[in-house]
Every structure is written in C-alpha cells, then in structure tokens.
Write a protein that binds this ligand. Structure first.
Ligand SMILES: [Fe+2]
Ligand SMILES: [Fe+2]
Length: 162
C-alpha cells in the first residue's frame, strides 16, 4: 500500500506531523487506525486518479492525496472523538477542514473535499472532481476495512507499519 504514497512527496509533511503520529493510535472502523485508514484511502485515491488519467480526465493527484490523508484527521481531536458516533460522523468533516486549513495549509479544493467526504450522509456534495475521488476512495476503503478480517499479526502490522 505505502508504495503509492512513497512515490508522492506531496504528503510527506502530513505523514511526519505530530497530529498524524497521534492518528496512529486512534482506532477506526474497530480494526484499524485513523492513520492507516487515511493512507489506504490515499492509495485508493491515487489508483482512481490514474484510472481517470488513462481516460483523459484531468484530476489533481496532489489535492486528492492530501485530502485523503487529512479527511479523517479530526478523529484525533478530543471534541470530535468523545461525542457519540452519529454526532462524530457529522462533526468530523467540519473540524477536519479547520485543522487542515490551520495546520496543513490546505487549499480550497482540499478543504471542500474534506468537508464533503461523508456524502451522502452530509447532504451537500463536493464541488470538484478531486472531492468526488475522495468520496469514492473513502467508501471503497471503508467497505474493505469493514468486510475484511484484520487481526493478530496483520492488525499489529497495520498499526505499526509506518
Ligand atoms: Fe470520515
Ligand atoms: Fe474515512
């Protein structure tokens, strides 16, 4: 999975940040961490970008990777994390957008993609194709995580393989 990320210097500052470090210890989808889920979402995002590019669709891969890496970053925030699950689902995109702007200098495309990544739970859809790629990547990744057994050594590798 990380082979895709390693090719892309665009996410290095995020991957090395203290908040992303914290995300390695925040459980997500009961089986993995926010950090691992975010990196896997970025992998799906790059694959979708490459598929679109093969079909002559212009998409900014850097925006997709950065938004994927940051889309659930608010799960590291205690105000979001301590709320009940349905509130967390509604709250984390907005707080994630604020964190992305304040701490990672995210641009407007990335901010909108983070804000709208929970579509259709959040009714308003993303504005850009990059935002739609993040929605698709997050859904694919979440379905994979929720339908595959990740335990024992494999789970340990998920959490520790950085
Ligand atoms: Fe999310
Ligand atoms: Fe997600």
């Amino acid at each position: 999975m990380t082979k895709y990320i390693k090719k892309l210097p665009t996410g290095d500052d995020i991957l090395k940040s203290s908040r992303f470090e914290k995300a390695k210890n925040v459980t997500h989808h009961k089986k993995t961490s926010v950090a691992e889920h975010s990196k896997k979402t970025a992998e799906y995002g790059t694959r979708i970008c490459q598929w679109l590019e093969r079909h002559n669709v212009n998409v900014n891969e850097e925006d997709v990777v950065r938004a994927c890496l940051l889309h659930d970053i608010a799960m590291t925030d205690d105000r979001v994390h301590s709320s009940v699950s349905w509130k967390k689902a509604y709250r984390h995109p907005k707080r994630g957008m604020q964190i992305a702007e304040e701490e990672y200098k995210a641009n407007d495309v990335q901010l909108n993609a983070i804000r709208r990544h929970m579509w259709p739970i959040c009714i308003i859809p993303p504005k850009s194709i990059e935002g739609w790629v993040v929605v698709a990547a997050d859904k694919c990744c979440s379905i994979w995580e929720l339908t595959h057994r990740i335990d024992g050594i494999e789970r340990k590798n998920y959490i520790n393989n950085k």
